[in-house]
Design a protein around this ligand. Structure first.
Ligand code: CP
Length: 305
């Protein structure tokens, strides 16, 4: 497997996904024995221009577990020379002198691509812009489906929430489109539906999908429910009546989910999953966030080898 920059899901082939998952499985064993020192001389720079808890911490945790070192700025807009007007390209050229890999979250779609265009070390996209991509989240999401359901071919995945802006759902839809007989249901208010570029891609690759507004109707079909948050101000209000999120899962709603289905969420949640559901064994979102360390260890090791 040859991996250098990781910018968008479309670049990840089935053999690459397979190799990454095998390596993530190995990392589970590495973690169980407390990590490795195999990458002790390597340095990762994490440059985050937007807030993050899971992505930044799990990348940094992954690098430490591999024995490596981390240079980190969690508010690059304020705590770097960007404050003095430095371009992203110049920042990357300079960080190339200090690190062996750069993990970048940027507020503009295409930020990671711009960084990769000038970088002499691998750049990993940790999320770019509203409605851009988040390929490493998609990798850990797919890895979670692979671990929990044991197959990806033939799965029915119900995506719920703000699908227009959500970069995690966009990246995951691209990855799922590479598998056989998957069925994708996109459940959202019309204004927040999945964007046409993804639908066109799925059509070109003969992937079955449906656009829905009624979550209750499709829940019984799901092998995977992938919830995402909808900010209250994005919900359509009807006159003076405050907007209410119609896509809310509680224990009663979970009753219509298949016994072996799983409930996923990239997190953070905004109340679309009631905490009473957390103890349901089908709730996979905290296991999913743990898988982020394994897949990011596999990814870092692969681009550093
Ligand atoms: N899932 C995810 O990207 O979370 P963070 O914004 O906390 O990194």
């Amino acid at each position: 497997m040859e991996l250098r920059h990781v910018i968008e899901s479309q670049q990840l082939t089935l053999p690459t996904l397979n190799a990454l998952f095998q390596r993530a499985d190995q990392m589970e064993r590495v973690l169980a024995r407390g990590g490795t020192q195999d990458y002790a001389s390597r340095i990762m720079a994490s440059l985050f221009y937007e807030p993050s808890t899971r992505t930044r911490f799990s990348f940094e945790s992954a690098m430490y577990r591999l024995g490596g070192h981390v240079l980190s700025t969690e508010r690059a807009n304020e705590f770097s020379s960007v404050m003095m007007g430095e371009s992203l390209e110049d920042t990357i050229r300079v960080v190339n002198n200090y690190a062996d890999v750069i993990v970048l979250r940027h507020y503009q779609i295409g930020g990671a691509q711009r960084a990769a265009a000038v970088s002499t070390v691998p750049v990993i996209n940790a999320g770019d812009g509203k409605g851009g991509q988040h390929p490493t989240q998609a990798l850990l999401d797919l890895y979670t489906i692979y671990k929990e359901i044991r197959t990806i071919d033939g799965v029915n995945v119900v995506f719920v929430g703000n699908l227009a802006d959500g970069r995690t759902v966009r990246s995951l839809a691209y990855l799922l489109g590479k598998f056989e007989r998957v069925r994708l249901y996109f459940v959202a208010p019309a204004a927040l539906q999945m964007q046409q570029d993804i639908l066109d891609y799925l059509q070109r690759h003969n992937v079955w999908f449906a656009l829905e507004t009624d979550l209750a109707k499709v829940l019984p079909e799901a092998d995977v429910v992938y919830m995402t948050r909808i900010e209250a101000e994005k919900l359509p209000a009807s006159g003076p009546v405050p907007a209410v999120n119609p896509y809310f899962l509680n224990r009663a709603a979970m009753a219509s989910l298949r016994p072996k289905a799983i409930l996923m969420h990239p997190l953070p949640r905004l109340g679309e999953i009631d905490p009473s559901v957390d103890i349901d064994p089908r709730s996979a979102y905290f296991r999913q966030s743990r898988n982020g360390v394994l897949i990011r260890m596999a990814l870092l090791a692969s681009v550093l080898d």
